[in-house]
Write a protein that binds this ligand. Structure first.
Ligand SMILES: [Ca+2]
Ligand SMILES: [Ca+2]
Length: 510
């Protein structure tokens, strides 16, 4: 067991507190981890990630969206109520999550890049497991992919992370593109687009992913001498929102909720807060908005059904009793809030992600952890749960104490960042989420600030930053963002630049 993972960087008091938590956690770990050190008793990991999935899930209290399979996973795990990505865009978010470093330390702040171009020596999460003999396999999207164009390829993958890579392409990619409706005809990846497919689950890419996962799990069940780290990256509900038409029938158009009062809401916002708006979003009248939301929800329920098939396989093959399951998304998603759609904002809808972690027979199964956590915390959590040695530069906290006692506060905040502009004109936005507050600062405050009180304003409608009643709080939070964002940099104090040379794959000496 790797005690150093539980020791935070911040303060001696916290170090002591966390050490105490660690002592308390030992009985829990003893319960969920086998006593023997033999490889065939080390826990497996099933890491499930969905693309562009926000918290529109039954287990997160959504009134309409059906997600029975993810809900049943939540019932056997801990559901993190306030989990946030570190950067609300596929590539930067996934590189951060899978290296355990903030985007300022990976140097990956845009898509189409991989951390081997900036910090090639960093062990990724699956790479760390491989170094200790795990069989690490990827099915679908774990690092960045250009969706849908790169579906069926390795995308912008890291070859050092996996022993096996499987890249299915289904009817949504190979056959149906001419039939997909798009706000900009012919554009499906970054553009809102959808299609109710007449073809069944098993023909779609995400259906093929589940079939492949069943196949890999069957092989793993036969060879119990090696523990596995199986990562399954579903493409839905990323655009194009393509799902079998049966799933659309769950969501009558008239029931689709439209956001009201946008004109009034945006009056107190700095321009960068709305900087993710795209011109084509203006085409979304009420009718098209309802269709887009229907298709997004249908894609979630379709993806959820595929998650169910993987969970069923795990149970059927007798693997569930020794497998840790994680389910998350790479970032959240707007469906019209503040007039915004898709990602790349620092509002709750874009920064927040689902996060469920289930360990076999966990005593607190079905509980909810309320304190803010981040993707940055997944890496040290999984390495600790599996007694895998982690790099000592990880920047997150282990969530093992919270898995043991979901009422614990842990770090108590999460930082998410985003960029505005490009090249030398790039500026940063940072948002700090505490249990009650969201404080956002654009270009160190030069381009505006936002403060929201989630106790009274969960939809972030009223920007309180200029309210004299909160001026002390704003000053305090601004100081914290400055300190914390500085800590997201590597020891050099500089964001690592993209290197011109390519990485020569070498897993033992990267
Ligand atoms: Ca994404
Ligand atoms: Ca407002």
């Amino acid at each position: 067991m790797n005690t150093k993972l539980l020791i935070p960087q911040q303060s001696t008091a916290r170090t002591l507190a966390v050490k105490l938590v660690f002592l308390v956690a030992i009985p829990f770990l003893a319960k969920c981890l086998p006593a023997s050190g033999a490889d065939n008793t080390r826990p497996n990991v099933l890491f499930i990630i969905s693309d562009d999935l926000n918290n529109s899930l039954g287990c997160y209290g959504h009134p309409l969206v059906k997600s029975p399979n993810i809900d049943r996973l939540a019932a056997r795990g801990i559901r993190f109520e306030r989990a946030y990505c570190q950067f609300p865009l596929c590539g930067p978010s996934r590189n951060s999550m899978l290296t355990g470093l903030y985007p300022n330390s990976t140097g990956i702040l845009a898509n189409r890049q991989i951390f081997r171009q900036t910090i090639p020596e960093q062990l990724s999460l699956p790479h760390a497991f491989r170094m200790e003999g795990y069989f690490a396999a990827r099915i679908g999207k774990l690092y960045h992919y250009n969706v849908p164009k790169s579906v069926g390829t390795n995308g912008h993958d890291d070859p050092g992370s996996w022993e096996l890579e499987i890249n299915p392409a289904g009817c949504d990619r190979l056959i149906e593109e001419p039939d997909i409706f798009s706000l900009r005809p012919g554009n499906f990846g970054g553009t809102i687009s959808w299609y109710a497919s007449p073809r069944g689950d098993h023909l779609h890419t995400d259906g093929l992913l589940s079939t492949d996962a069943e196949w890999v799990l069957e092989r793993c069940a036969r060879d119990s001498n090696r523990p596995f780290f199986l990562a399954v990256g579903f493409y839905r509900p990323h655009t194009p929102y393509v799902a079998p038409k049966e799933y659309f029938e769950d969501y009558p158009l008239d029931d689709m909720p439209l956001v009201q009062g946008v004109e009034e809401d945006v009056k107190d916002l700095p321009p960068h807060a709305l900087g993710s708006h795209k011109d084509e979003h203006d085409l979304l009248n009420d009718d098209l908005s309802r269709q887009a939301i229907q298709a997004y929800y249908a894609s979630i329920t379709f993806m959820d059904a595929q998650v169910g098939r993987v969970l069923d396989a795990l149970d059927r093959l007798g693997l569930a009793e020794n497998t840790i399951i994680v389910l998350t998304s790479d970032h959240g998603y707007h469906l019209g809030e503040h007039g915004l759609w898709q990602k790349m904002s620092l509002f709750e809808e874009s920064a927040r992600v689902p996060l469920i972690i289930a360990t076999p027979g966990m005593p607190q199964a079905g509980s909810v952890a309320e304190s803010p956590v981040g993707h940055i915390d997944i890496y040290p959590t999984l390495t600790e749960l599996c007694s895998v040695t982690a790099p000592d530069n990880l920047q997150g906290q282990s969530l093992v104490p919270m898995l043991n006692d979901p009422t614990l506060q842990g770090r108590g905040w999460t930082l998410t960042q985003v960029t505005r502009g490009s090249n030398e004109k790039t500026t940063f936005g940072y948002t700090l989420r505490t249990r009650r507050w969201r404080f956002t600062e654009w270009d160190s405050g030069n381009q505006g600030r936002e403060l929201y009180d989630h106790k009274t304003d969960p939809l972030e409608q009223t920007n309180l930053w200029e309210d004299p009643a909160h001026s002390d709080r704003v000053q305090r939070l601004a100081r914290r963002v400055k300190t914390i964002s500085k800590r997201t940099l590597p020891k050099s104090g500089k964001i690592p630049p993209i290197r011109p040379e390519t990485w020569s794959p070498n897993i033992t000496d990267p």
